[in-house]
Write a protein that binds this ligand. Structure first.
Ligand SMILES: Cc1cc2nc3c(=O)[nH]c(=O)nc-3n(C[C@H](O)[C@H](O)[C@H](O)COP(=O)(O)OP(=O)(O)OC[C@H]3O[C@@H](n4cnc5c(N)ncnc54)[C@H](O)[C@@H]3O)c2cc1C
Ligand SMILES: *[C@@H]1O[C@H](CO)[C@@H](O)[C@H](O)[C@H]1NC(C)=O
Length: 500
């Protein structure tokens, strides 16, 4: 190993939201500290227009910026443009791929995660992770007639909604779409958005109470939609469109055909095999043959027995934490999901090594209303809190787990609806011991409340419901709501009057 070039008081690895927030907070709190940010690319991801919407809800934009912006703002910050190749926790050093060695007193690993791919090194299988891969996707899509999207999380949901002029076959392993974020009821609410956008009279279909989820009807559903001009405000040719929360904005997701969105959903299936047309023709198993062999570059066989030919497959089946460069020779405790285990001070099992964002797994005893999800908001919160913890230790000050980890909250947009998720919004970990209240107005709003022993523990709000603050308060104060019963969701009653 080369000689140590320099030892920094703090070394942060990764120029994503977690790493950049950590660097900014550290450099503001301890302006004379010697801080280094090690990141591979020339750009960093910064949080802009940060807005605290309520006690726990926050909104912000994510922007790609040249890293020089950070160095100008914080004179005692050094940005090192390389990737970490290895870590030696005994000697407190990291080595970069360009062969340099840096010492650290405290290290924070914020190296993020990458998409799990169905097939490694298959040119017809794409994962979307950063701006480059999003552009590659757009380029390939512009020549595509049919694609298969595999996965049921946020990225799959957005893609299915945004792609036009190309047939989409959407394979989900669950019995409803968007299972990561919703139950079957919310999925049914959203599905019409995949069909024609006929102006519908808002007919309230109040469904008072249910405790079991509705099964999806049939094994496959097909939706077609007329092409509606639904491009968002920004100009697709605008330079520097970053992969932020609206990562597809400004990217035209348009296939070769003009016109409709055509989505078929294949429920409750996973990918059995991906193969080329040659492999298909040479296959002795006639059963593999799709109805029309055609001449697709790639074929995908699903566990429901169906085989589809397509131009390419998008793999949106979740992420794997980027831990490899840090593991060799060290003894990190790794969680089941592959993340670096961190305690309630964002500390890993190795001394003076912290981790934040997608790369880590929160292994403290969670608040009953919080769960980890690998999202922008949590990357920011963890990066911020990790820097506070590091500073507190250096200053020998005590620090308590931040309030943001009390209640899970997330604001996003799906199928052009505002979506707010609070607490155990899907009854996560509650078992059968909970009750749901639902109010739904087709094409307008979907409100679901999760109650446990008469107390609100979670909510899903789709549309402009204006209920997020009231519900957040009801969840935080754990008031007994038994007396209110279904009136809680009566649209003719202003519930704020009850509780203020
Ligand atoms: C297509 C897509 C859409 C998404 N949409 C949303 C959304 O709408 N809302 C939402 O909340 N979340 C969304 N997410 C999730 C969100 O992007 C992540 O949760 C968040 O970016 C995690 O931030 P991070 O800082 O932990 O990691 P990242 O943003 O992944 O940053 C990791 C950084 O570490 C660097 N790095 C990695 N390895 C090394 C190494 N060995 N040495 C040095 N540097 C290294 C990388 O270059 C990168 O700069 C989306 C994700 C994807 C892929
Ligand atoms: C940078 O650090 C030095 C000491 O290491 C300190 O004197 C100086 O004020 C710091 N710069 C800023 C802008 O805080």
């Amino acid at each position: 190993m080369a000689d140590k070039e320099k030892t920094f008081q703090f070394v942060i690895v990764g120029g994503g939201i977690a790493g950049v927030t950590c660097v900014e907070q550290l450099s503001s709190q301890l302006p004379s500290a010697d801080v280094a940010l090690i990141t591979a690319g020339p750009h960093i991801k910064a949080v802009t227009n940060y807005k605290q919407v309520s006690k726990t809800l926050e909104e912000f934009d994510v922007e790609e910026q040249p890293s020089s912006v950070l160095e100008e703002k914080f004179p005692n910050l050094t940005v090192i443009h390389s990737a970490v190749r290895s870590l030696n926790t005994n000697s407190h050093t990291v080595e970069t791929v360009d062969g340099r060695v840096f010492g650290y007193k405290n290290l924070c690993i914020c190296s993020g995660a990458r998409p799990k791919l169905l097939a490694q090194d298959n040119p017809y299988v794409l994962g979307i992770r950063d701006t480059d891969s999003a552009q590659e996707f757009q380029k390939r899509l512009s020549k595509a007639q049919r694609i298969v999207i595999v996965g049921n999380g946020g990225i799959a949901l957005e893609l299915v909604y945004e792609v036009e002029g190309c047939e989409v076959i959407w394979a989900v392993k669950d019995k409803a779409i968007g299972n990561t974020f919703f139950d079957a009821g919310a999925a049914q609410f959203l599905i019409p958005s995949l069909e024609a956008e006929k102006p519908e009279a808002a007919a309230p279909c109040k469904r008072p109470r249910y405790t079991t989820e509705e099964p999806a009807s049939g094994a496959a559903q097909t939706f077609t939609a007329d092409r509606t001009s639904r491009r968002h405000g920004s100009d697709p040719t605008e330079p520097g469109s970053a992969l932020g929360p609206d990562w597809h904005e400004g990217i035209v997701l348009q296939g070769v055909e003009q016109g409709s969105r055509r989505v078929s959903v294949e429920y409750q299936c996973e990918v059995e095999k991906v193969f080329t047309s040659e492999e298909l023709l040479n296959s002795p198993q006639q059963t593999l043959r799709p109805e029309s062999v055609g001449s697709w570059p790639v074929y995908i066989q699903l566990t429901n027995g169906k085989t589809f030919g397509c131009d390419f497959v998008v793999s949106a089946t979740g992420v794997m934490p980027n831990t490899e460069p840090f593991l060799h020779g060290n003894a990190f405790a790794i969680a089941d999901d592959g993340g670096l285990q961190v305690d309630d001070h964002m500390m890993t099992s190795e001394p003076n090594v912290y981790a934040a964002g997608d790369v880590c797994t929160a292994c403290w005893e969670h608040s009953p209303l919080w769960q980890q999800m690998r999202l922008w908001t949590q990357a920011r919160q963890m990066g911020w809190y990790a820097s506070r913890c590091m500073a507190a230790r250096v200053l020998s000050e005590p620090i308590e787990l931040d309030f943001c980890f009390e209640l899970f909250s997330h604001v996003t947009k799906f199928f052009n609806y505002k979506v707010v998720l609070l607490g155990k919004f899907n009854g996560q970990g509650l078992g059968p011991d909970h009750e749901l209240l639902v109010r739904c107005t087709k094409g307008h709003e979907y409100v679901k409340v999760v109650l446990s022993h008469g107390r609100m523990v979670g909510a899903v709000l789709i549309g402009e419901t204006d209920l997020e603050e009231t519900f957040e308060n009801l969840i935080l104060n754990q008031m007994d709501l038994t007396a209110y019963g279904e009136e809680l969701l009566n649209p003719n009653i202003d519930i704020e009057d009850y509780f203020d």
